[in-house]
Design a protein around this ligand. Structure first.
Ligand SMILES: N[C@@H](CCC(=O)N[C@@H](CS)C(=O)NCC(=O)O)C(=O)O
Length: 195
């Protein structure tokens, strides 16, 4: 059976990682039978990140490649869509995953108030001696990544502007409801993925 290696549940969602939740939705949509395999340290994974699909003895890393693998097995995530609609769908997904994601990471990891609640949740499964040190080191490394990307150098109002622009564009795009998986079945699908 397929196994999805994923971060645990969090925020009342099947995973505190949006990419893991995305992979779960893709698996549900594909109709394949699968199970979840929760871990909290992805360092041994091919990209050092989650989600990863364990399929027939191989590891498929990255939700986009998981989608590709499921498509090869016969799933169609853009049923009835033209090539142009598929391209727009892909671009919208990229906007969310590459652009909005950075803001989400920024808000979760760099905002002190948010971090006070999220840090302990992210690292809850570590043994007690590491539970203090690892979050500090991990936060430092995330801050460095966001600095190199540029988002951690922006003023709070610039981050806010960028966030608002993405949500406004997302809200205006009729495409999202047709071919970005934003179907009415999503809440039900997500409920069924909880461990
Ligand atoms: N492009 C990847 C992104 C996956 C990703 O960024 N996963 C994050 C969790 S949301 C992760 O594993 N972070 C752990 C780390 O960077 O150490 C995908 O689509 O699967």
């Amino acid at each position: 059976m397929l196994s999805l290696i994923t971060f645990p549940t969090g925020f009342g969602e099947p995973s505190h990682s949006p990419f893991c939740a995305k992979a779960m939705i893709l698996l549900q949509m594909s109709g394949q039978t699968w199970q979840r395999e929760d871990i909290s340290n992805p360092s041994s994974m091919p990209h050092g990140k989650l989600p990863v699909l364990r399929a027939n003895g191989t590891l498929v890393a990255d939700s986009e490649f998981i989608q590709g693998w499921l498509t090869q097995q016969g799933a169609d995530f853009y049923p009835g869509c033209t090539d142009e609609q598929r391209a727009i769908g892909h671009a919208l997904v990229r906007m969310v995953e590459e652009n909005l994601r950075l803001i989400l990471v920024h808000d979760r990891w760099l905002d002190d108030e948010n971090w006070a609640r999220l840090g302990p949740m992210f690292f809850a499964q570590l043994p007690a001696p590491l539970r203090k040190l690892v979050p500090i080191l991990a936060r430092r490394s995330v801050r460095a990544g966001l600095k190199s990307n540029g988002i951690a150098r922006m003023s709070p109002s610039s981050v806010c502007k960028r966030r608002a622009t993405i949500w406004t564009l997302w809200g205006k795009s009729s495409a999202r409801t047709h071919f970005c998986w934003a179907t009415h079945r999503l809440p039900r699908m997500l409920r069924s993925c909880r461990s």
